[in-house]
Design a protein around this ligand. Structure first.
Ligand code: TXA
Ligand code: MG
Length: 322
């Protein structure tokens, strides 16, 4: 379920976007920080608000697949096959950029990231606005993506002109990014989509190269990202007891799917869901709840190592930062 918003609020958001302002809006993955993708000065404000390096490209959100050719060129048939299967939804496609697209959007790269979100508020906004909305996640660069409107307000403050509050994002982690700009399709960032399903749409030609070897400016290439301010460590459940007993960095917040084994004032226990979909939904909100300076460290116990957990494992590893 999502929170309905009034048509007045939507109108206001559209007006602000048309006037080159920043509007945060919910998507089914995380909240985006939106600007008119055709307005270079507006897009520049995103970089300032997020303290984002200029060479880090932003995704352009569009309303339907017909708009792909407004932003990309030499679009392969695989893009339309993936679009048919997964859009609207949590998928971003990297395609060859159309000549008019600004370097500000693409970070100077010859490619562009495009996505059709499924969230009704995002869809209504795109429909009323009538053009592409550039929108990275609405957080400071390198930090946890926001899954609630209040996260955006807390983090970006007055840098964002208006926030459309759609309640909690259903998926909770960012879209799957698929690079179709070179011969072999490649995952640059795993997300909620099953890799086997993507591969079957692509006729089995998805590259099995790990994300870390991807293009230099892709999110997977950064050693630290999606990170709380508090240092985060991933610890195997079997080693947790000893780790906590030996640590001189208390108080510690522990996010675990396993049994909580001791009551100790220096340890805050957060029980995480066993189901990967629910875990992803909760992850950033739970991390934020213990990232207020009260803890010296956040410990997260290892999650299962299978396909359903790939995206969560990716985010936790990036959050740990090494
Ligand atoms: O779920 C999502 O994708 C959310 C919602 C708001 O749509 N957006 C999001 O945007 O996560 P952002 O900017 O936080 O992460 C997008 C990533 C960036 O790390 C960027 O490097 C990568 O996508 N990206 C964008 N355009 C690219 C391009 N042309 N080539 C390679 N990577 C690109
Ligand atoms: Mg982001």
């Amino acid at each position: 379920m999502y929170t309905e918003i009034s048509s007045l609020d939507l109108q206001k958001a559209v007006e602000l976007l048309r006037n080159g302002k920043l509007v945060a809006f919910p998507t089914e993955t995380v909240y985006g920080l939106g600007a008119d993708a055709m307005n270079v000065n507006a897009v520049k404000k995103i970089f300032t608000a997020k303290k984002r390096p200029a060479d880090h490209p932003v995704i352009v959100h569009i309303e339907n697949a017909e708009q792909l050719s407004n932003w990309a060129c030499n679009i392969p048939s695989s893009a339309f096959a993936l679009a048919k299967k997964f859009w609207p939804g949590p998928m971003t496609l990297i395609l060859e950029r159309a000549p008019h697209v600004s370097d500000i959007i693409t970070g100077g790269q010859p490619t562009i990231g495009l996505r059709i979100p499924q969230h009704p508020i995002a869809q209504n906004l795109l429909h009323l606005f009538g053009s592409g909305i550039a929108a990275p996640s609405a957080n400071s660069f390198g930090r946890l993506s926001p899954t609630l409107a209040k996260h955006v307000a807390e983090e970006l403050g007055t840098a964002v002109n208006f926030i459309l509050d759609g309640g909690a994002c259903t998926l909770g982690i960012e879209s799957t990014i698929i690079d179709l700009s070179s011969e072999t399709p490649r995952i640059l960032r795993p997300g909620s989509l099953a890799l086997t399903e993507i591969n079957s749409v692509l006729g089995g030609c998805l590259s099995s190269q790990p994300t870390s070897s991807s293009a230099p400016r892709a999110p997977g290439a950064l050693p630290s990202h999606y990170a709380p301010k508090t240092p985060l460590r991933i610890i195997a459940p079997a080693k947790l007891k000893k780790f906590l007993a030996d640590s001189d960095q208390k108080p510690i917040a522990v996010l675990t799917q396993n049994e909580i084994f001791s009551e100790n004032n220096n340890i805050r226990w957060i029980l995480m869901p066993k189901d990967p979909i629910q875990y992803a939904h909760d992850l950033y909100a739970k991390l934020r709840s213990v990232d207020d300076g009260s803890y010296s460290m956040i410990v997260v116990t290892t999650v299962p190592q299978n396909e359903e957990w790939t995206a969560i494992l990716d985010r936790l590893t990036k959050a740990q930062g090494r």
